[in-house]
Design a protein around this ligand. Structure first.
Ligand code: IVH
Length: 670
């Protein structure tokens, strides 16, 4: 009797957690609120009658129905990119040269800002009031952490000042001041909790806490440094953007310094190397930005980085240690990476016991050998690297390291093509690659198959149950029963997770496929550009390259992946298993633009082109960079040229900016 009671309690908890996830994380509730409440009250009733069955993590222990797992996902109207890094004055000069090349004969001024080592955040104000605060996430979408951000004292709920805009998005960095970090760690150690490695991790951890009351105790801070969603016409420069945000009542990044030319900017960057220790927060470098927002707009971005700004990273902390061994790892793409196994050392906040040696050329350049004393460097989140061999400490004549001629995982001969630095195993069935691909497929941001970690992937592959990720969905309970250390419960969970993952958005699937050069952002663009996988497969290299954000190299790589019969077979398996293959405008507003391919050309007065593109995508349309017979609409701004002519030639419908705003169904902006 007792046993079945316990089983029912467990079943109820599982069900509640499942429905929580569907509601809070997937936004696809499957049961009515009343049914959910009934499950909850049955559980609460049983727990009242049998207090011995109450567990601290029971759903009944939660306060006010806060989500147990994850935060609501919010799409960024304008992607949150990252900055390219540089480490020397020369690289800053090269940045200046690239900028000038794109803006010939124009004076360019810069600003130099501290680069805060925190967590980037985007806040949207609607009608002057804070609407949502979202983390960077994968750049295309992040977590809604509004409740937590509201605990930061300096964040205004309403923008102030006469000139404050109704609708605006501002971006900045959430961080934990050093003093607060030390206090927090002292408290944690006293309570026998693990200390945080550095203020950045502490800030990240705090921002993801479920209980805002707890977050409030962490005393986070934020500085804003970017305005998006206001046309460049109304704010001419980055200096002004900072001043405006201050006027609106936002806490802005201090120490933003104008520089009339790059030499000036370099000098400022270098002078900060010594000053940074005096701040109550960590900065890991400086950011150099083009001051004029109009020039920023015209410089635009690559898929990853803006062309108008660059990070100058301070030299990383260096320490010495001994190379115990050099091993070779095989990645999911078949690349062989030599890795130094090190005598563990503590550097920049954590213990390091491995460092990448990149490739054979790098090993030769460094002349690193087993037994050598080496200098290693670690900066921010980059994998530590060996920077120098301390030759004076070399004892005897250790042997030079050579990359193996055969793959350490499968034994097949490896290949280093002429002109390439990488050595590759080209055996697609190489177990290490197979495991790597499946592990990537299951990872967060891809198909997010929880519980399918590397150890389990190894068991599945080594046990012959799966040869590629297409086989995952063919796994049955009986197959799993024979695996060592696999209980009935975990087998059931894995099968449930696999089933659940079939509903993931197309972007997750495309990312999970592991197409070279097609990371999360490209996957997102593809998923938004095609209604389903079938159309993506039918697209030519030219069609792909015509999509904004997809260059020729990426287009060729996608085409070649999809053209491979082996990959086609795997895709058929996934399709047959019922994995979601539909993309298009999931979770988009339904507007007159839904499903239309739009090209924007010329100067727009009310929005920047990037903003307009984001608005079109948000309204369910697709944005393409070139006019073709497949284009539905060309939005023609001022001074438009060849694209306008082409539209007229091809008879593609053209509209002006006012008509675009009507189609977008947007209200009057400030
Ligand atoms: S501008 C394209 N300015 O550094 C992103 N970023 O990879 C433009 N950061 O993700 C960002 N201080 O989180 C900018 N003064 C600053 C910054 C800053 C820190 C962060 C930001 C960004 C990362 C760069």
């Amino acid at each position: 009797m007792k046993k079945s009671m316990r089983a029912r309690v467990e079943e109820l908890r599982e069900l509640i957690r499942l429905h929580d996830r569907k509601y809070y994380v997937d936004h696809a509730p499957e049961i009515a609120d009343g049914e959910y409440d009934a499950l909850m009250s049955e559980l609460a009733g049983l727990e009242r009658e049998h207090p011995e069955l109450v567990m601290p993590d029971s759903p009944t222990r939660r306060v006010g129905g806060a989500p147990t797992e994850g935060f609501r996902t919010v799409e960024h109207a304008v992607p949150m990119l990252s900055l390219d890094n540089t480490y020397s004055p020369e690289e800053l000069l090269a940045f200046d040269a690239r900028v000038k090349k794109r803006l010939p004969d124009e004076p360019v001024e810069y600003v130099v800002e501290p680069k805060l080592d925190g967590i980037s955040i985007s806040l949207r104000y609607v009608d002057g009031r804070l609407d949502v605060a979202v983390t960077r996430g994968d750049g295309a979408r992040g977590d809604d952490v509004t409740a937590n951000v509201l605990t930061i004292e300096s964040v205004p709920l309403d923008l102030s000042g006469k000139a404050s805009p109704a609708n605006v998005e501002v971006r900045g960095e959430v961080f934990m001041p050093r003093s607060g970090f030390e206090r927090l760690n002292r408290r944690r150690l006293k309570n026998e909790q693990a200390a945080f490695v550095n203020p950045r991790n502490a800030a990240a951890g705090s921002l993801k806490l479920r209980d805002p009351a707890e977050v409030a105790k962490r005393h986070l801070k934020v500085f804003f440094y970017q305005v998006v969603g206001v046309s460049s016409g109304s704010i001419p420069t980055q200096m002004k953007a900072i001043a405006r945000m201050r006027d609106w009542g936002l806490p802005v990044l201090p120490d933003v310094t104008p520089a009339s030319a790059i030499d000036d900017a370099v000098e400022t960057c270098l002078s900060w190397g010594d000053r940074r220790g005096g701040l109550d927060y960590d900065i890991d470098g400086m950011v150099v930005k083009v001051n004029s927002l109009d020039q920023q707009e015209r410089l635009g971005s690559t898929t990853k980085n803006p062309r108008w700004g660059i990070a100058y990273k301070f030299p990383a902390e260096a320490v010495r240690t001994v190379v115990l061994d050099i091993v070779v790892q095989v990645g999911r793409t078949g690349r062989l990476t030599p890795v130094a196994v090190l005598e563990p050392v503590f550097v920049s906040g954590s213990t390091v016991s491995r460092a990448t040696l990149h490739n054979q050329d790098e090993i030769e350049r460094l002349d690193v050998r087993v037994g050598d004393t080496v200098a290693i460097e670690k900066g921010g989140e980059v994998i530590p690297k060996v920077t120098e061999v301390v030759k004076s400490k070399r004892r005897g004549r250790p042997r030079r390291f050579r990359m193996p001629l055969t793959c350490p995982a499968c034994g097949e001969p490896v290949i280093r093509s002429a002109g390439e630095v990488d050595t590759r195993c080209e055996n697609v069935s190489c177990p290490e690659q197979v495991r790597g691909r499946i592990h990537h497929f299951a990872s967060r941001g891809a198909m997010d198959i929880r519980g399918l970690g590397y150890a389990l992937v190894r068991q599945l592959v080594d046990g012959g149950l799966v040869r590629d990720y297409g086989d995952l969905y063919g796994i049955e309970a009986d197959d799993l029963a024979v695996l060592p250390r696999m209980g009935e419960k975990s087998a059931e969970n894995l099968l449930a997770e696999l089933e659940e993952s079939k509903k993931r958005p197309l972007a997750g699937l495309l990312h999970g496929l592991g197409i070279r050069h097609a990371g999360a952002r490209v996957a997102q663009i593809l998923a938004e550009s095609f209604p389903d996988m079938r159309e993506l497969i039918a697209a030519s290299e030219g069609d792909l390259a015509a999509i904004a954000g997809i260059g020729p190299v990426i287009a060729a790589s996608i085409r070649s992946f999809l053209a491979s019969p082996r990959n086609a077979e795997v895709l058929r398996k996934l399709d047959g298993a019922g994995v979601n293959m539909r993309g298009g405008q999931v979770r988009r507003r339904k507007t007159a633009l839904a499903g239309l391919t739009v090209v924007l050309t010329g100067t727009l007065a009310r929005r920047t082109r990037t903003e307009a593109a984001a608005a079109v995508v948000e309204a369910g349309g697709r944005v393409s960079s070139s006019v073709s017979p497949k284009t539905d609409l060309v939005v023609v701004g001022g001074n438009s040229g060849s694209k306008h002519r082409k539209a007229l030639e091809l008879g593609v419908k053209t509209i002006d900016e006012t008509e675009l705003e009507e189609l977008l169904g947007t209200k009057e902006r400030h």
